[in-house]
Design a protein around this ligand. Structure first.
Ligand code: PGA
Length: 252
């Protein structure tokens, strides 16, 4: 089965509304009509409405960067799935390593968030990945197994392929230290095998992105790997030309 590549740019805590609109104005002529790659921008909450409006009718999808699993309640500062759905986002990034490390997001949180998003018809971009110490300690597969198994535990087998999984080795995020093609391929193939333990059909169909220092000059090699179906891009996604170059690399 051929899987449509999916390239998403994660802006993190960058871009005011004005800066977000400037980015979209630059991106639309470069990538707004591409239909053989799924393209997403993961936008701070405050700019979501503006970016949904300015990308309407284009092929650019809009994602949030976090969400709370509960329907509503006394969770000061949190945003619910219904609130995001109302803004017409396509999906949400969950489990990013920055949220796991800096904001104590746990596998148990993800176990609730991923199926809750699917139930609302939104696409989770579910991030997993090992730290430097875990790789050095030969724990990469054990860590990925725990994260994938826990995070997807309450997703029905027939819904597994609706999740996009992002493999992001923590040591490669924002460091300029990209995983080697072999490391990226091995990890993504391992993640696919974990999905296959649940459903062979879902494993064939599920998209697995690589993330961690993806740039225009290394994207093609990574995106050509058999088990890498796209990229989750941080720093290089902040500027339309660089982001569009990575999208183009996914078309090859
Ligand atoms: P980076 O970030 O491309 O800047 O390494 C990737 C990410 O955090 O998703």
């Amino acid at each position: 089965m051929s899987r449509t590549p999916f390239v998403a740019g994660n802006w993190k805590m960058h871009k005011t509304i004005a800066e977000a609109e400037e980015f979209i104005t630059g991106l639309l002529p470069l990538a707004g009509a591409i239909d053989d790659v799924q393209i997403g921008v993961c936008v701070p909450f405050t700019a979501i409405q503006a970016v949904v409006d300015s990308t309407r009718g284009s092929s650019i999808e809009v994602y949030a960067q976090n969400v709370h699993a509960a329907e509503k309640g006394a969770y000061t500062g949190e945003i619910s799935i219904a609130m995001l759905d109302e803004l017409e986002v396509h999906g949400v990034v969950v489990g990013h390593s920055e949220r796991r490390q800096l904001f104590n997001e746990t596998d148990a949180d993800l176990r609730a968030k991923v199926p809750a998003l699917l139930a609302a018809g939104l696409t989770p971009i579910f991030c997993v990945g090992e730290t430097d110490a875990q790789r050095e300690g030969d724990e990469t597969e054990a860590v990925l197994r725990t994260q994938v198994t826990e995070g997807l535990a309450d997703v029905a087998d027939e819904d597994l392929a609706k999740v996009t999984i992002a493999y992001e080795p923590v040591w490669a995020i924002g460091t300029g230290k990209v995983a080697s093609p072999q490391q990226a391929q091995d990890a993504c193939a391992f993640i696919r095998s974990l999905v296959a333990d649940r459903s062979a059909a879902a494993a064939e169909a599920v998209r697995i992105q690589y993330g961690g220092s993806v740039k225009p000059d290394n994207a093609q090699e990574l995106l050509a790997l058999p088990d890498v179906d796209g990229a989750l891009v941080g720093g290089a996604a902040l500027e339309p030309q660089n982001f569009a170059a990575i999208v183009q690399a996914a078309r090859a």
